[in-house]
Design a protein around this ligand. Sequence first.
Ligand SMILES: Cc1cc2nc3c(=O)[nH]c(=O)nc-3n(C[C@H](O)[C@H](O)[C@H](O)COP(=O)(O)OP(=O)(O)OC[C@H]3O[C@@H](n4cnc5c(N)ncnc54)[C@H](O)[C@@H]3O)c2cc1C
Length: 509
Amino acid sequence: MSDTQIKDIVIVGGGTAGWMTAAAMGKMLNRRYRIRLIESDEISTVGVGEATIPKIKLFNMALGLDENEFIKFTQGTFKLGIEFVNWGRIGESYIHGFGDIGRDMGLIEFYQYWLRAKQIADVPDLQAYSLNNVAAKQDKFMRAIDAGHSPLSRIANAFHFDAGLYARYLRLYAEAHGVQRLEGKIVDTLLRDKDGFVDAVAMENGMKISGDLFIDCSGFRGLLIEQALKTGYEDWSHWLPCDRALAVPTAISKPPTPYTRATAHKAGWQWRIPLQHRVGNGHVYSSRFISDDEATSILLNHLDAPTLTEPRLLKFTTGKRKKCWNKNVVAIGLSSGFMEPLESTSIHLIQSSVARLLSLLPNRDFDQTDIDEYNRQCDYEVERIRDFLILHYKATQRDDSAFWNYCRTMEIPPELARRIKLYEANGRIYRDQDELFASVGWLQVMHGQGLRPKAYHPLAELLTPQENLQFLEIQKAQVDQAAAAMPSHADFIAKHCAAPQPQRVMMQA
Ligand SMILES: Cc1cc2nc3c(=O)[nH]c(=O)nc-3n(C[C@H](O)[C@H](O)[C@H](O)COP(=O)(O)OP(=O)(O)OC[C@H]3O[C@@H](n4cnc5c(N)ncnc54)[C@H](O)[C@@H]3O)c2cc1C
């Protein structure tokens, strides 16, 4: 190892962020660095990150995890998308399914043919052309298979899992890959006089842990990035006004749905995430518009099975750290910011931050150009996700509460305003390079919440009206046929990845 290379990496925190970082670094850095992770049994983790997006499969693949074993260990289930209830209007719902909707043809997307067909005949809603959406509504699931042009080849899925068990699973993996775990509470951070870099952290038991690179995975408190380095935070609560969540698990009352449900309430929304051994529920709300007591009673009145614990309150401010990498500290996980769990993006951001850090791994000189590039890429990624989340609140016709009136009429970032305008004009949606959500994701939320383009793409008229309708009919028939061939989600789990001792908490009959 040359003298310019860093040798010692210290990860502060053992929640999902800490152990994902440790697992990836343990594997990728292949014991060429000393990697230590410090966590305190006295300070609990957030422990509610239970829903993911399909990119997590890349993370699992990079680690070489066996997917069935991972699901068994974490009491996991499969996720085809998110059902949004009462977002556009009360009584309406739609699914943001992963994967595509219909097949594109020629130069234009499927939905342009659908927009045109809608003007010719009474065709089914756009969702009828997405296998993910149709299968989700029928509680069916299977992994994509090689089936030629059938939509079965293009099923896209993510997972629901128990966040505590996921961290435990990754801890076993990381320790097997050489990561050393240190238990104890950090009580101080020691900075170098010459440049203000972190030199070491001091533990309650008197130990000092020094390092070259520190990764702050200490959660909302941002022990190093904020408490020691005073990096600053960009507050986005004027756009994403929810600032509290009450989380409560319930018993299982029915087979697990292969999707997350997000039900809008008067000042926020409620999640429902089915696992093998319990169901995760939570109410995310804005304390400016509703009290904790009222939020609690809304949550408890909208559960479909008995609770297993008392609701747990979590407070947060939506936004991001001004710099995720400052000096020799990189903030990953909640210490880097939080945008609320509506589209299950936080665990993905941990994954992409680790990948970015590995790609820009520093030498001892900590070149500022690399640090700036890291921060530029992080900002770009989270700002695009932020805009996608704001869309859910802005694109509503709800006027039944002060919260929804605020959201419907609030100023939005110019980039989001541009996208909405472009869609409303001629149904055009473009995915920027490296942006997380694909055009089809934007389409489902814009369409699902009632935005409608004034016109369709002129090239859709290259088909005769009859050909256009037939094109749609074929797509729908393929989706229906594929859905009919799929097993139920519960059967799929039972066959491939049922937890061996599920300790299921069944509801009393
Ligand atoms: C309400 C809510 C719902 C969410 N739902 C989802 C979801 O569905 N999908 C998703 O992707 N994400 C979700 N998230 C986000 C997800 O939970 C987090 O991204 C993830 O858990 C990472 O948390 P973390 O590891 O950064 O922090 P934490 O879980 O808070 O872990 C912090 C760690 O730091 C340690 N620590 C702190 N201080 C000290 C100290 N002084 N000394 C030693 N150790 C210390 C603690 O012991 C702990 O191990 C949700 C978040 C919230 C708040």
